[in-house]
Design a binder for this molecule. Structure first.
Ligand code: ZN
Length: 137
């Protein structure tokens, strides 16, 4: 994979642990210890009760395609050779939604409701992206 000029996440204080665990092929989510809500993307306070009493919990990374979009125009030149580019919103079993891509699946084969599980794709020494693949096929 050519990653030159490809836009990548920039870890910050709130999500460093998320990216560190992705590098170890573990998907972790931020959860509030007071109201048990998940907080994704990771942030310093719970969006439901504003508590800063948060923990990291590991997710099995199983869910379904909630919705998706297929990009057929290279809005960023880095995507030109990857078109059509499918972006999925996955609803994990925990109810958390993640924006990602599917691996081993043509963009035109993506379907809402498709069962998926997380896989990890190392891009460089710092960033490993959580991606998803179909299960049961
Ligand atoms: Zn809370």
């Amino acid at each position: 994979m050519t990653t030159a000029n490809f836009p990548l996440p920039v870890p910050n204080l709130d999500n460093q642990e998320f990216w560190d665990q992705c590098r170890r092929h573990r998907l972790v989510l931020r959860r509030c210890l007071d109201c048990r809500s998940f907080c994704h993307p990771p942030r310093p306070n719970c969006p439901e009760c504003a508590s800063s009493n948060l923990e990291w919990v590991e997710s099995p990374g199983k869910g379904k395609v909630y919705t998706y979009v297929i990009t057929r125009q290279p809005v960023n030149p880095a995507f030109r050779e990857r078109l059509p580019w499918g972006v999925v919103e996955v609803e994990l079993e925990e109810g958390v939604h993640l924006i990602s891509n599917l691996v081993d699946c043509d963009a035109d084969d993506i379907e809402i409701g498709m069962e998926v599980e997380v896989v990890f794709e190392a891009v460089n020494d710092e960033i490993t992206l959580p991606k998803f693949r179909r299960v049961g096929q």
